[in-house]
Write a protein that binds this ligand. Structure first.
Ligand code: AMP
Length: 436
């Protein structure tokens, strides 16, 4: 079971939870959880949600957004009539199974002091549907679900969403990025028209903006400044290195810096396994973390990483999305993320809840243009560094680097016409890694 460590606040606010309109039972749960003061998003979102209106919030993972919607939802359910049999009243859609489990677990902890016993179910794909169907017998008050599995369960008549009064879209940008647009449309069509909508997203590319406009009615807008402006705590570094020497450089950095735990991002499952294996052979406690692991294997790896039994987790974007690991000091882009949105999500794994963190990107001559694009999107300029003994043979210059502008895909920050097939990526990864 995934457990959170309560973190310290980014900047202690003068506000207290008791000024936000929360009930004594909820305030008790908050203090039990160890939260002393609300985070900025909680200060704005909690009263707005308690008033029953729609909310549109720009929120990073690590901002305290889960409690920002969970606390007022719990109170609204507590104040509403108790229902027999239970009818689903709050639905939270999330992009990944890890996030579904973590969010449900977090809500369960906060719901413990609730006078009404609430049933909170986590529904996600990649595991057998039967236990989840069993779990839904007798109904649920709150469901945290990934969209595909939710629809499967509705088709199996395991639950109905026809009485939902509050819908939360958590990490809306990632939900769309992961291709859930159709599923979300089908779910919206099954929900009652009269309902509260809470929309949380780290970034607002046009597709996310369009969905928010379609879903929300006169929302209270909460614009938490973007990660780059808001979190000087994250130091962003770009290190130039030849692609073939990245694993060696990673080992060197691990040794030199004595980092406690490092989350390393790679582009493919193959690369995750291959690099984790090479690190293991060098005596480093490392493991791969990707989407093809069984749920049990993922939970185990994550628990070991959280308990610091593993120093390095080599992960793909899909697998690592949404995982909450308190005080992660370093995130390293071994392969660059495909889009500027993914870059934000990756570096959001460090510097969490006010702890300082380092986000490092390895840049080679052929990824320089792509990194410039990411910098441009985030109005960021990282000085290029070189590490003694690992200076690249070929350094990107404007002469050998394609014009970044010509690569922009305006819709999602990806690379136009350059999207590689899985096979291409595997071949590339294999070729790149050979000399190490
Ligand atoms: P989230 O942005 O919801 O993923 O939350 C990030 C982390 O901050 C989680 O580990 C939460 O338990 C923690 N957290 C949320 N709200 C507070 C608060 N008011 N004070 C301290 N920690 C918090």
């Amino acid at each position: 079971m995934v457990r959170y460590q309560p973190n310290k606040l980014p900047k202690p606010t003068a506000m207290s939870f008791s000024n936000l309109g929360l009930s004594p039972a909820i305030l008790h749960a908050i203090s039990e959880r160890g939260y002393t003061a609300p985070t900025p998003i909680q200060i704005e979102a909690i009263p707005a949600i308690l008033r029953g209106g729609d909310v549109l919030a720009a929120a990073q993972t690590g901002s305290g957004k889960t409690a920002a919607f969970a606390l007022p939802l719990l109170q609204l359910l507590q104040d509403g009539p108790s229902q027999k049999p239970r009818r689903l009243r709050a639905l939270i859609l999330v992009p990944t199974r890890e996030l579904a489990q973590q969010t449900a677990e977090s809500i369960r902890t906060l719901a413990q002091a609730n006078p009404q016993t609430l049933k909170i179910a986590a529904l996600f794909g990649g595991v057998s549907i039967n236990p989840q169907m069993m779990d839904l017998r007798g109904g649920a008050d709150i469901v945290v679900a990934t969209p595909g599995r939710l629809l499967d369960l509705i088709e199996h008549n395991a639950l109905s969403i026809g009485a939902v009064s509050s819908l939360v879209l958590d990490e809306a940008d990632r939900l769309l990025d992961m291709g859930f647009t159709d599923e979300i449309g089908r779910i919206l069509a099954l929900l009652p028209k009269q309902r509260q909508n809470l929309f949380f997203s780290a970034t607002f590319p046009p597709a996310v903006h369009a969905l928010a406009t379609r879903m929300l009615r006169q929302p209270v807008r909460i614009a938490i400044p973007s990660l780059e402006q808001n979190q000087p705590a994250i130091q962003q570094r770009a290190i130039q290195v030849d692609a073939s020497r990245r694993t060696q450089l990673l080992r060197h950095l691990l040794k030199e810096n004595k980092w406690g735990r490092v989350l390393v991002f790679v582009a493919t499952k193959y690369a995750a396994e291959h690099i984790a294996e090479k690190l293991q052979r060098a005596g480093i406690k490392a493991a791969a973390f990707h989407g093809e692991f069984s749920q049990g294997a993922r939970d185990e790896v994550l628990a070991d990483f959280k308990a610091s039994k593993l120093q390095v987790l080599v992960a793909t974007d899909v697998a690592a999305r949404g995982i909450d690991i308190a005080q992660l000091p370093v995130v390293l882009n071994y392969d660059l993320p495909r889009s500027a949105v993914d870059y934000t999500h990756r570096i959001g794994r460090t510097g969490r809840a006010g702890k300082s963190g380092i986000a490092i990107s390895f840049i080679s001559a052929d990824t320089e243009a792509h990194f410039r694009l990411i910098e441009k999107r985030h109005q960021l300029k990282c000085e290029r560094e070189q590490i003694a003994g690992f200076e690249p043979v070929v350094v990107a210059t404007s002469a050998n680097t394609p014009d970044a502008k010509s690569l922009i895909d305006a819709s999602n920050g990806g690379i136009k016409g350059k999207r590689k097939s899985k096979k291409d990526k595997l071949r590339e990864a294999a070729a790149r890694d050979l000399p190490d």
